[in-house]
Design a protein around this ligand. Structure first.
Ligand code: CA
Ligand code: CA
Ligand code: CA
Ligand code: CA
Length: 293
């Protein structure tokens, strides 16, 4: 359920009808009144709506809402806050690639059995590192994370990009962007594109800088430079969890001065940062943002 709109229950509305939803992923929906993901109202105990193994997250505002007189059942669902359901998982579901599961998703092997395959046509699959083992437990949501060769890359994704799930082990970096194949899956980037989001930063550099390699509005770089005859104001964007250093020098070539550190910004750093400084008597000055521990 993706990108729907309603007055109540943008993704799913259960209104005096009971009904059941199983292994759905309900994301990016909106509602003009309440319950952007799910709204349940008016059911009696015999006709109360039931949501089983559903991910109800990342909707425009509140993911779920219920009428105070109704007692819907949420069983093995991923949503936050917990509506008082059975075995609710409130941790971030870690969704990537059109709402598939990442290898470290808490939804893996945390759902209930289903009588149908997942949205890629894959059957239930038990991840060997997750409990309970040895059963037919499905993952929560519409996707089943199937990684039979245990390289942290979903096998369907491997087949799509590498022709087969057996061709790569996750450690290679075929596009040379500093991000190994398994990390490309983890971050939601393309293993054959050096700058997946087109913001002029390589995928691997974005991970080092703590910016999002899959979103073009997240990057490390200057966004404006304003200078008068004596002062300069620099505005840049970046991540939040890596130290940033503003450095300057008077010439790019030759030995005429090296990079001089002007300011240090320790984490957590703001997404948008501003520096205002004195230009002094130097006719030219070059600036850069460096990152480090
Ligand atoms: Ca795999
Ligand atoms: Ca790569
Ligand atoms: Ca980029
Ligand atoms: Ca980016």
């Amino acid at each position: 359920m993706l990108g729907n709109r309603a007055a109540r229950g943008g993704g799913i509305a259960a209104n005096r009808t009971g009904g059941a939803a199983s292994h759905c992923t309900v994301v990016r929906n909106t509602a003009s009144e309440t319950g952007c993901g799910v709204y349940a109202a008016g059911g009696t105990s015999s006709r109360r709506p039931t949501f089983t193994s559903c991910i109800i997250r990342a909707n425009v505002a509140n993911d779920w809402a219920v009428d105070s007189a109704v007692d819907p059942r949420f069983v093995h669902c991923n949503l936050n806050p917990d509506p008082g359901g059975v075995n609710t998982v409130t941790d971030d579901p870690r969704l990537i690639f059109q709402w598939r599961l990442r290898a470290d998703s808490p939804c893996i092997d945390a759902g209930t059995a289903a009588d149908h395959d997942d949205l890629d046509g894959e059957p239930a699959w038990d991840h060997p590192s997750y409990e309970p083992a040895g059963g037919t437990t499905r993952d929560i949501g519409a996707d089943e994370f199937v990684d039979a060769d245990a390289d942290r890359m979903a096998d369907a994704w491997e087949s799509e990009h590498f022709g087969s799930a057996a061709n790569r082990d996750g450690t290679g970096d075929g596009d040379g962007d500093g991000l190994a194949d398994a990390d490309e899956y983890h971050w939601g980037t393309h293993p054959g594109a050096t700058d997946t989001d087109g913001d002029r930063m390589r995928d691997g550099d974005e991970v080092l800088a703590d910016t999002d390699p899959a979103h073009e509005d997240s990057f490390l770089g200057f966004v404006s430079v304003t200078a008068t005859s004596s002062a300069v104001q620099l505005v840049w964007r970046g991540g939040t969890r890596v130290a940033q250093y503003l450095e300057a020098r008077s010439a790019l070539l030759g030995q005429e001065g090296g990079w001089v550190r002007l300011s240090t910004y320790l984490p957590p750093t703001p997404i948008t940062n501003v520096y205002t400084g004195d230009l002094g008597s130097t006719p030219h000055r070059y600036y850069r943002i460096a990152i480090g521990e």
